[in-house]
Write a protein that binds this ligand. Structure first.
Ligand code: ADP
Ligand code: MG
Length: 611
């Protein structure tokens, strides 16, 4: 253990040393050499690296691919250009204001794209770029239109050449990298990775996805805007075609993908490879169609990278290096996890006894159809505070859809939902989670980009801006989560990816995860289906224990023996309606219930029930 820690810190300091040498070499270059060609190439590389790093916060961390990010370059450039050329504002301030303009534009674009995902986000950002380009071309009185805007010449001594551009861009790049690191290590980063993996699930554990995405987009865009401002002053003459340039957008995406999106250094490495290539194409593709050739060339490389190097260089290389080490760690984890199978779960119960009186959940008249199928039809049911209530019914009877209506994944056509006496049917999914509603899924949904323990810490009990910038996991949070994992018999798996777990273990981790919401009500969708008898036993003990702490539970399960052992009261659904309610003993004799299961006592599991 100690040796591993030592090795870790040695690795960290050698990485820091490499970084220091790299930065010093870049900082020394203009002083040591007056090769302006290389200096120019490095300046353009810095600009691309800033663009790719800025893009990466939204595109790599949150998984939202923007094809319009050069719109922030353009906005930064024109803001700085107009301020400097027309109003005599100092360039330094002009560039910073350019960053602010880009940030504001990103916030607005976030609002517009709040509900768009995947391909639609790509298209909207692309369209936004075109729109801003169009405005810049036509708003001639301010931008100079297609004939461009000239900036005043630099006022410093010619002996300093391009140093001010070079060093200010190097500083902006280092700042962009530092912010990327900070975000990655903060709760904001956890949330963004969760959003990338499974945005719906993230909302269900209280993560305010819209706010996270807006902050990510704004932070990334500010850097692109500042760099755009410096770029404008550097080339001293800007045109809409050159600034709001789709090729520049593609290059940012390409650099990030090639180097490894979602990593810190991937976008930077990618930029250092792509920019020299780009330089080559500008010198070798001439003529009126040069722009189209370049677009085709880079689009082609983009396709090749997506097909043959989907993770990018840095992840692929580090995977190859670490594969053997990781297998070893996994073997150790497997070995140690068999101990500690007791299930005395202690969840920090801040909500206290306030939720104890009345109903934990009260559903009235919930209705939802999919096309012609009435999946849930006028369903009313209640889960008493502190009770374990069962919900059974044949496949397709509407149980999962009912869960989806209760937690807001699906919007009902009619009906009301109250959690501990407060009506929540109009609340967002994150709000419902904050109110203490927690659920698991029939097929467990975990964030594979996060470790098991990070998954457990990920849920958010309330939204607060300052919290987003706290470290990803405090010592206390880690201890608490380790405690819960230990009680579930999963402590040995804390630091591996959930994708390395068995199906049953994933189900348990999901349960451990939602307990971090400090729930009033836990809805479990077939928790025992497809897991081993040993895990089922552990699960029974866990559910009993949660219930003992006053958490109400709504349990969907096919295994009637399991239901009979845990539930005080059971609802039966068939064809989207509640057809019966009672104890298991009462229900097994009920003709309607037996009929609902197509008259197959075996399907009901009746044979297994002893009472
Ligand atoms: P259960 O969980 O009880 O097996 P479900 O709630 O999954 O049942 O499904 C109830 C009915 O609603 C089924 O006929 C199913 O095909 C339909 N259904 C559920 N979700 C959707 C959806 N998103 N789109 C269309 N039909 C759906
Ligand atoms: Mg279901």
């Amino acid at each position: 253990m100690k040796r591993a820690l030592l090795r870790g810190s040695a690795k960290r300091s050698s990485r820091l040393l490499a970084l220091l040498i790299g930065v010093l070499a870049l900082a020394a270059y203009p002083v040591l050499s007056d090769n302006l060609y290389v200096q120019n190439m490095l300046i353009l590389t810095f600009i691309l690296a800033i663009g790719a790093s800025g893009w990466n916060i939204m595109g790599g961390y949150a998984g939202y691919i923007s094809l319009g990010s050069s719109l922030f370059t353009g906005l930064g450039a024109y803001t700085a250009g107009i301020l400097v050329a027309d109003f005599g504002v100092p360039p330094f301030i002009g560039c910073l204001v350019g960053g602010v303009t880009a940030g504001v534009a990103a916030a607005l674009l976030s609002l517009v794209t709040r509900r768009t995902r995947g391909m639609y986000f790509v298209i909207v950002t692309f369209a936004a770029l075109q729109l801003f380009g169009l405005i810049a071309r036509n708003w001639k009185s301010v931008t100079g239109g297609s004939s461009g805007l000239a900036m005043p010449l630099p006022m410093w001594n010619i002996a300093y050449q391009d140093w001010p551009f070079y060093y200010s861009l190097l500083v902006v790049l280092l700042a962009a990298i530092a912010v990327s690191v900070l975000i990655r290590r903060s709760k904001l980063g956890t949330g963004l990775f969760a959003i990338k993996d499974d945005e719906d699930k993230a909302s269900g554990i209280g993560i305010n996805a819209a706010a996270y995405k807006m902050i990510a987009f704004v932070l990334g865009s500010i850097f692109i805007g500042v760099a755009g401002g410096i770029y404008a002053y550097y080339i001293s003459f800007i045109t809409p075609a050159g600034m709001f340039d789709i090729v520049a957008s593609v290059l940012m995406v390409l650099a990030a993908l090639l180097g490894g999106r979602g990593t810190i250094w991937g976008p930077v490495l990618g930029a250092f490879i792509i920019e020299p290539l780009s330089e080559l194409t500008t010198t070798s593709f001439g003529g009126p169609n040069a722009g189209s050739f370049r677009l085709l060339f880079f689009a082609g490389i983009l396709v090749l990278v997506v097909l043959f190097l989907p993770k990018g260089l840095i992840p692929s290389i580090s995977e190859a290096l670490h594969n053997t080490a990781r297998m070893g760690a996994l073997r150790i984890a497997r070995g140690s996890s068999s101990s500690g199978a007791s299930a005395r779960t202690q969840v920090a119960g801040e909500r206290g006894a306030s939720a104890m009186a009345g109903d934990a959940l009260k559903v009235s008249g919930l209705t939802k159809s999919f096309g012609g199928v009435k999946a849930v039809n006028d369903v009313s049911l209640r889960v008493g505070a502190g009770s374990v209530t069962g919900l059974i019914g044949p496949n397709g009877s509407g149980k999962t859809t009912l869960f989806n209506l209760i937690d807001g994944t699906v919007t009902p056509k009619a009906g009301t939902v109250a959690l501990a006496g407060t009506s929540i049917e109009r609340a967002s999914r994150a709000r419902r989670a904050h109110a203490g509603l927690a659920r698991t899924y029939q097929l467990p949904r975990l964030f594979d980009s996060l470790s098991v323990i990070e998954n457990v810490v990920a849920p958010e009990r309330r939204f607060s801006l300052t919290r987003l910038f706290l470290p990803r996991m405090s010592g206390d949070e880690r201890d608490q989560a380790l405690d819960v994992l230990a009680q579930f018999g999963l402590a040995g798996f804390a630091d591996i990816s959930p994708s390395d777990l068995s199906y049953g273990q994933r189900k348990l981790v999901e349960l451990a995860q939602i307990l971090s919401l400090d729930p009033v009500l836990v809805m479990l969708d077939e928790p025992a289906a497809g897991i081993s008898p040993a895990l089922t036993e552990r699960l029974t003990a866990i559910i009993r224990n949660l219930n003992g702490q006053g958490i109400a539970i709504l349990l969907v399960e096919h295994d009637l023996a399991f239901i009979a052992e845990l539930c005080d009261n059971v609802f039966v659904m068939a064809d989207g309606e509640v057809v019966a309610e009672g104890t298991v003993a009462e229900l097994t004799g009920n003709a309607v219930v037996v009929d609902a299961y197509l008259g197959e006592p075996a399907a009901l599991g009746i044979g297994k029930v002893k009472s």
